[in-house]
Design a protein around this ligand. Structure first.
Ligand code: SF4
Ligand code: SF3
Length: 547
């Protein structure tokens, strides 16, 4: 195996024996093979699209397949074997459609579009030849992988929008174009860089689509105090990013005596008006994903993982854990997908929850959030006035991911060290590094404004663009906003590419720069966009505050 897609990759260069995340070599290899098969599908899909053939089943397969290979989403060997088989069959039926429509399949089709097999042994053999290291030139490899990771993040957000009935053919078409491009040896490094930046455009589009899907379905997030204590009822803990799953679960638990709590990235669900009406939607339990090995233990009840980040479960709670959608783990019960027009059936989760004890309290109090674009615009006058009067000197966008590494304590210390006249704008699970600190407020504006999940980083960009307009500036970089972003997995990659597309410069990325950036590709990002890493809190503070 070789995988270097996340921030915790071994030695900062690549996991080669087993993933730091717990992914086995078998699963890593099958994920590589699935990606290879999807590249072949993409090549055929581009030709089919030219003939006017757009197959939703194919687009959906690629979207879900990309999502399934995201860090901490799926560790289930058998699931990937099945997906590879399904992918090969879909690819061949797409080819048949092309021929039926009068198209001629090119004689020199890439191997990914022609290779076929059926047995797990053949899959293993092929997987060993088509991984990341099969691309020998390190800069081409770096750019191809950067593009693929952007596509994975894009696919994740597209999937959430899709679950709510929102889709955009141009986003699917770009996924196919991007995947196919990673098989094209004739592309120059400059052409690959252009594709990576184009991914940023579709990153903006997909986050805008998801924002529309979420706010149309559930209303605009509003300022909300979220309880972090517990009640004395049996309960279900729901984690991940899928709001549709939450909606189905809340409806099915109503009146059953089972409470529902959020964990990790599901916390922002409390900010939506549509979910506030459920009296049994009690609060948020615990912190970011990587603390689940302890927090799932003390929660005592049933747990539902709707998306990443799943950590290989401990035996102490494995029997109480359920996965759904693209998430999977061998030996953990899986809730099947929703049939068209129906709700997902969570009765197995609910029935188990009923016979389990109530959660053990691990903290008490409240956290405040709900500052997505609409809510911030509602208090825009106050914000603008605070900037004009000098009460607010600078905003710090500290969105992104949390993770296990001790070096991430930097973000807690950075938040504490920020001058009192600064405000943190956050989104994603990165917030857990400072959202329980008492950082106070400035004239009633909290010093930590949480816009929501990682995909709601879009909201932060919308807010920045609005401020640019209000202050009559030509360039978003003239605003008193600094970007100190934490990353872990591939959704953060598409958020980063989206920010670059919107023209944001001088983003600091930590706790370490991606291992998949070759020195030359890193140089391109530094020279063109001012991307930088982090150093110490003191030194970085001087840079950010212009001292
Ligand atoms: Fe390693 Fe991260 Fe890949 Fe897991 S996802 S195998 S930790 S690089
Ligand atoms: Fe967190 Fe996985 Fe990235 Fe959605 S839950 S931000 S790490």
């Amino acid at each position: 195996m070789f995988c270097f897609q996340c921030q915790e990759t071994a030695k900062g260069t690549g996991c080669t024996i087993k993933g730091v995340c717990g992914k086995t070599a078998d699963v890593a290899n099958l994920q590589d093979l699935l990606l290879y098969v999807m590249k072949g599908i993409a090549i055929n899909s581009l030709q089919a699209r030219e003939l006017g053939i757009v197959r939703q089943d194919v687009d959906k397969f690629v979207m879900e397949g990309l999502f399934a290979t995201i860090t901490n989403a799926n560790f289930d060997n058998a699931r990937f074997v099945a997906l590879v088989r399904e992918g090969l069959a879909l690819r061949d039926s797409l080819k048949a459609d092309i021929v039926k429509a009068g198209g001629v399949l090119p004689a020199n089709l890439h191997d990914s579009a022609t290779w076929t097999a059926d047995s797990a042994e053949e899959f293993d053999q092929k997987a060993a030849q088509v991984g990341i290291l099969a691309t020998e030139n390190e800069d081409v490899r770096s750019l191809r992988e950067l593009l693929i990771y952007g596509l994975k993040g894009m696919a994740a957000y597209a999937e959430h929008a899709f679950a709510l009935g929102y889709e955009d053919n141009s986003i699917f078409a770009f996924m196919m174009k991007g995947l196919a491009a990673t098989t094209d040896d004739s592309l120059s490094a400059d052409q690959l860089v252009a594709l990576v930046l184009e991914a940023g455009k579709y990153g903006v589009d997909v986050m805008a689509l998801l924002d529309k899907a979420n706010t149309t379905s559930y209303g605009n997030p509003e300022i909300t105090k979220v309880n972090i204590g517990v009640r004395n009822n049996p309960a279900i803990l729901i984690s991940g990013h899928d709001l549709r799953d939450l909606e189905d679960l809340l409806k099915q638990t109503e009146g059953t005596g089972v409470d529902v709590y959020t964990h990790g990235e599901m916390l922002p669900a409390h900010y939506y008006p549509a979910f506030k009406k459920y009296a049994h939607f009690v609060g948020n339990y615990g912190n970011a994903w990587w603390k689940q090995d302890k927090e799932f233990d003390s929660f005592n009840g049933a747990i539902l993982l709707t998306t990443n980040c799943l950590v290989p479960p401990k035996d102490s709670y494995k029997d109480r854990l359920f996965t759904t959608s693209v998430v999977g783990y061998e030996g953990v019960k899986h809730i099947p997908s929703r049939e068209a027009g129906k709700v997902k059936d969570f009765s197995a989760v609910i029935e188990l929850a009923k016979i389990l004890p109530a959660p053990t309290e691990i903290e008490t109090g409240e956290i405040v959030g709900g500052f997505a674009h609409n809510q911030v615009f509602a208090v825009a006058d106050k914000v603008v006035e605070a900037v004009k009067s000098g009460a607010v000197k600078r905003f710090f966008v500290m969105a992104g991911c949390d993770g296990r590494m001790k070096s991430r304590d930097y973000y807690t210390e950075f938040a504490k060290a920020l001058p009192q006249d600064t405000i943190i704008l956050t989104a994603g699970c990165a917030k857990y590094k400072y959202n329980k600190l008492e950082l106070g407020d400035i004239g009633g504006i909290p010093r930590v404004l949480d816009a929501g999940q990682c995909n709601d980083s879009y909201s932060l960009a919308v807010i920045a663009l609005k401020l640019k307009e209000v202050f009559g500036l030509d360039d978003v970089n003239q605003l008193p906003i600094s970007y100190n972003i934490a990353w872990y997995e591939q959704k953060a990659v598409i958020v980063l590419l989206a920010l670059l597309y919107l023209g944001v410069k001088n983003i600091h990325l930590g706790p370490t720069l991606p291992g998949f950036l070759s020195p030359n590709v890193a140089k391109v990002l530094v020279e063109n966009f001012g991307i930088a890493g982090i150093t110490t809190v003191d030194d970085d503070m001087k840079i950010f505050m212009g001292a």
